[in-house]
Design a protein around this ligand. Structure first.
Ligand code: KIV
Length: 272
């Protein structure tokens, strides 16, 4: 008799059950195999292959330049590093807006070529047809409302969204619509805590907040930010758990010193 050591994968249904049970959901971004493996083994339930890779991996100022091919490359690397986490991949800018057939073919490419489990897309009513078509193919969709970085040139700034009544009302309607369409959850980015709480109470699918306060069903952060690899990004909502910029900087300087001083490699670090 063989004893199966198969690890049970988190699914979109698990997340719904977590909301019902009042258990918070943890989500972090991942863009490569090695980091995905660590985060998966640490028990993070959802790994997001975010288009924030455009900023923290590729060094662009915005998330707009990253391509579908590049997202697929990152996503397949992340998938190979996970056994348990649900892996969600951002549909990048220009691959789903205004053309639902294109949206479906982008989502299918991500699912087929990377092996990911779901896609995330930014927006509400304006992308209703794209969401419907992707869902009709059986691809789980995570919505994203509030500050949607792919629209940065429309907003003009990265400040808190939906502080005014009109935008808050629109966001509440969009959240209800995303639930009605069949999204399995919604990321709420940089909106007032009271609004995020109201949205969270009004829908049965989980909300995952980033800068949306403590009354949401889960939290997401960009891993490079929470580890302190990025140095200059300091929004109020960000908790830095480590200062890896300093640790890596110091390690690189120590290594350089050892090389220059003929101290690396030592005798035990060489082949006889
Ligand atoms: O791309 C990303 O990392 C995201 C998170 C900020 C939610 O969309």
């Amino acid at each position: 008799m063989s004893i199966s050591k198969e690890v049970k994968r988190i699914t979109v249904h698990t997340l719904r059950q977590m909301k019902e049970a009042g258990e918070k959901i943890s989500m972090l971004t991942a863009y490569d195999y090695s980091m995905a493996r660590i985060l998966d083994e640490a028990g993070i339930e959802v790994l997001l292959v975010g288009d924030s890779a455009s900023n923290v991996v590729a060094g662009h100022e915005t998330t707009l330049p990253i391509t579908l091919d590049q997202m697929i490359f990152l996503a397949e690397s992340v998938i190979r590093g996970t056994q348990k986490a649900l892996v969600v991949v951002d549909l990048p800018f220009g691959t789903y807006q205004g053309n639902s057939k294109k949206a479906l073919s982008s989502a299918i490419r991500i699912m087929k070529e990377s092996g990911a489990h779901a896609v995330k897309i930014e927006g509400g009513i304006e992308i209703k047809d794209s969401i419907k078509r992707i869902l009709s193919a059986g691809v789980p969709v995570l919505g994203h409302l509030g500050l949607t970085p792919q629209s940065i040139y429309k907003f003009g700034t990265y400040t808190v969204r939906a502080k005014e009544e009109e935008e808050a009302e629109r966001l509440k309607k969009d959240a209800l619509l995303l639930e009605e369409l069949g999204c399995f959850g919604i990321v709420l980015e940089k909106i007032p805590t009271t609004l995020a709480a109201e949205v969270t109470r009004s829908i049965s699918i989980p909300t995952i907040g980033i800068g949306a306060g403590d009354k949401v069903d889960g939290q997401v952060l960009v891993t490079h930010d929470m580890l302190g690899i990025t140095k200059d990004f300091k929004p109020r909502f960000l908790r830095r758990y480590r200062d890896l910029y300093k640790d890596i900087f110091d390690a690189a300087q120590e290594y350089k010193k050892d090389v220059k001083n003929f101290d690396f490699p030592n005798q035990s670090e060489q082949y006889k």
